[in-house]
Ligand binder design. Structure first.
Ligand code: AP5
Length: 233
């Protein structure tokens, strides 16, 4: 059983549009964790015009993968921040087996490890509609859907009132490449965690509230980790 102050370190793995970025902010609130999305970090780097951003931009727009070394360094910097001390949700990382191995090594240096990994399992055919209908609020990472989760006011973020955008890689052509990359490079990462006995598969085709409920049940049953943020206070 996990003890107070142990923290909770979890990884969300799933194809584009499987709901990782939708579920992470909800789980983060409930368990007092930080949410580290490498996709959001890369988009922020592009916006800021950093060297990494310049390098990542065309790769992302073509649905490819940014080099492992760049990504590992990015995670290393962010995992060490004070907000992540009590645990984190990794969303979009690791995406390759070398990234997973480097992550384990990095955590082991601090006597820590990944507690659990969730596999957001969903058929490719359901993802086109999710991805092409997605609208995002870039600065918070909040996402909406034209059909499934429309904002209260068309093209405007519910919380800040700022405009929503469509991601430049959210079209059918690039999605196909992102899916190919997922099957080729990221599916082996699921095997890596399965071998460690810390993988749970969830049915990501179900409604968002149902998926949230499933995640909480898994944390409780496999980690004996109650849905109660006060455990950390
Ligand atoms: P990244 O930003 O991580 O994109 P991704 O993995 O393709 O994931 P998405 O953000 O598209 O999907 P999601 O699962 O978060 O879906 P969401 O919850 O929004 O990466 C982008 C790029 O960066 C990569 O292609 C790569 O180039 C690069 N990169 C990033 N990390 C890297 C790494 N580690 N190594 C190398 N390169 C890296 O949901 C989608 C839509 O569906 C939304 O509109 C949502 O409202 C809706 N929705 C969600 N759940 C449901 C539901 N249950 N029912 C109905 N609709 C739903």
């Amino acid at each position: 059983e996990k003890k107070k102050d142990d923290g909770l370190r979890v990884v969300f793995i799933g194809p584009p549009g499987s709901g990782k970025g939708t579920q992470a902010p909800l789980v983060k609130e409930d368990y007092c964790l930080c949410h580290l999305s490498t996709g959001d970090m890369l988009r922020a780097a592009i916006e800021q015009g950093t060297e990494t951003g310049l390098q990542a931009k065309s790769i992302m727009n073509q649905g490819g993968l940014v080099p492992d070394e760049v990504m590992v360094n990015m995670i290393k910097e962010n995992i060490q921040t004070p907000e992540c001390k009590k645990g984190f949700i990794l969303d979009g990382f690791p995406r390759t087996v070398p990234q997973a191995e480097k992550l384990d090594k990095m955590l082991a240096e601090d006597n820590k490890k990944i507690d659990h990994v969730l596999d957001f399992s969903i058929d490719d055919s359901l993802l086109v509609r999710r991805i092409t209908g997605r609208l995002v609020h870039p600065s918070s990472g909040r996402s909406y859907h034209r059909e499934f989760f429309p904002p209260k006011v068309d093209m405007v973020d519910d919380v800040t009132g700022e405009p929503l955008i469509q991601r430049s890689d959210d079209n059918e052509e690039v999605l196909k490449k992102r899916l190919d990359s997922f099957h080729k490079n990221t599916t082996p990462v699921l095997g890596y965690y399965q071998n460690k006995g810390i993988l749970s598969t969830i049915d990501a085709s179900k409604s968002a509230p149902f998926v949230s409920h499933t995640i909480k049940s898994i944390f409780l049953s496999t980690l004996h980790f109650p849905h109660n943020a006060s455990i950390f206070k």
